[in-house]
Design a protein around this ligand. Structure first.
Ligand code: SAH
Ligand code: SF4
Length: 415
């Protein structure tokens, strides 16, 4: 029976080897060398459990970081562990960034084994990395079910920022965005969202202080898991990050914005506005997810009042579509009414039927906005040469070499 189970597992394994066999379960571990951070030891998400009668049952292994604090505490109590054990485990997971229970040196070996039969300590495997000259590094990361997501590390003079994904694909399917081109594949679990930040910290060997939830997916359509992940990032016992250094970008889901406000943590909110009339907005955001502008803006006002945070309006500039004088006037008026900052994002090429703005078109639009009294910044779209700029992230099912499109100004390597 073991060999049958092993065969089944081997046939589904993409790489890795069977590392442990016992009476009831087979476990697969991946050992992937990732310089310079050492080895990742990642368990896949399913065990095949054999019962004496010959039945097979597939048991899902959860990423331990997807458990709430209470769930983990209850599990540990149920397994006869002292109350301080959770803090020890958190220290290894969130401060020391270990990827295997075996590495938790002050935890008894018997508990390593128990944890490993129910949970994984880390859920992503890097399979491709591309670095742009502007310092942006994009990673293609494989999840335990073989889906892929992309995570980008951005480097400014004084800080690193990690841009994380919340879904595989995106259901919203905005006209200019590569992330939504094939719709939604699935939501990410809280642990998979957190692991992108831990992966970035491991890669750099430093604690990253800034996170933007602006990768693949619409975070407010995976609200529960996104909030659980961001809570873990801000929890003093876990990643202990400042809420003020985390920004969530949304295409404008009013109920999600209100629920986020009611959660009561002062994360920064960025609204992807893009157009100042319902008609123009509907040409960018498909109708099913495009709420009336007045409803979206009321929800933003509620967010501002409830959390005390200024909302940012993201405005992807598309020449010939949303850069007319009336667009500029409308945008300045919304920004001043909402006391919001405007962040103009020059459209990045994604193969959609939109033109990319010239430097002059960007400058003119920004000057006019400033003249009308709106606080405005231009988003430097880092990573365009490696398709890591805004809206260029997409899920891919082929590892490096398959469809990497790095240009001469960037480097790409398989991990
Ligand atoms: N789903 C969320 C967050 C991810 S998209 C949202 O839509 O806000 C992050 C930002 O990238 C959004 O402001 C989005 O409008 C922008 N974006 C998407 N495609 C783009 C493109 N081709 N060029 C420039 N910005 C783009
Ligand atoms: Fe989804 Fe945001 Fe892309 Fe729209 S812009 S398809 S909401 S990721």
């Amino acid at each position: 029976m073991h060999s049958e189970g092993a065969k089944a597992l081997e046939s589904t394994a993409l790489y890795g080897s069977i590392s442990s066999r016992d009476e009831d379960a087979l476990a697969l571990s991946y050992f992937v060398p990732v310089p310079p951070a050492g080895h990742f030891n990642i368990r896949i998400s399913y065990f095949i459990v054999h019962h004496p009668g010959g039945l097979q049952k597939t048991v899902k292994i959860r990423n331990i970081k997807s458990l709430s604090k209470d769930e983990l505490a209850a599990w540990l109590i149920g397994h006869g562990q002292p109350a301080f054990r959770r803090a020890q485990i958190y220290d290894w997971l969130y401060r020391k960034w270990v990827t295997a229970f075996d590495d938790m040196r002050n935890i008894p070996t018997s508990l390593h084994n128990e944890l490993a039969t129910r949970f994984s300590a880390f859920s992503i495997i890097p399979i491709d990395r591309q670095t742009a000259q502007d310092g942006a590094t994009k990673f293609l990361l494989k999840l335990s079910d073989a889906n892929t997501i992309e995570t980008v590390i951005l480097h400014a003079a004084d800080r690193y920022t990690v841009c994380i994904s919340t879904q595989v694909g995106c259901p919203v399917q905005c006209a200019f965005c590569a992330s939504g081109r094939h719709g939604l594949v699935r939501n990410l679990e809280p642990g998979e969202i957190v692991d992108q930040v831990i992966f970035a910290c491991r890669h750099l060997g430093v604690r990253i202080s800034n996170v933007v939830v602006m990768g693949m997916g619409e975070p407010l359509l995976n609200l529960h898991n996104t909030i659980a992940a961001l809570d873990a990032l801000c929890d003093p016992e876990r990643m202990a990050m400042s809420a003020r250094r985390i920004t969530i970008s949304t295409s404008g889901i009013p109920d999600g914005i209100r629920a986020l406000a009611d959660h009561g943590v002062p994360w920064n909110l960025a609204l992807s506005l893009h157009a100042v009339t319902d008609k123009k907005r509907a040409a960018i955001i498909p109708a099913v997810w495009c709420s009336p502008l007045s409803t979206v803006l009321k929800a933003c006002e509620y967010y501002k009042q409830t959390t005390g945070r200024v909302v940012t309006l993201e405005y992807t500039l598309i020449p010939g579509k949303n850069d007319y004088p009336e667009d500029c006037r409308g945008l300045a008026s919304i920004a001043t009414t909402l006391h919001a900052k405007v962040n103009v994002i020059p459209l990045s090429a994604t193969g959609a039927h939109f033109r990319v703005p010239s430097q002059k078109q960007i400058r003119d639009f920004v000057h006019e906005l400033q003249r009308q009294g709106a606080p405005v910044t231009i988003r430097e779209s880092k990573g365009a040469s490696i398709e890591a700029a805004c809206g260029q992230l997409r899920s891919r099912d082929k590892p490096a070499g398959g469809d990497s499109e790095a240009t001469a100004t960037s480097g790409t390597e398989s991990l």
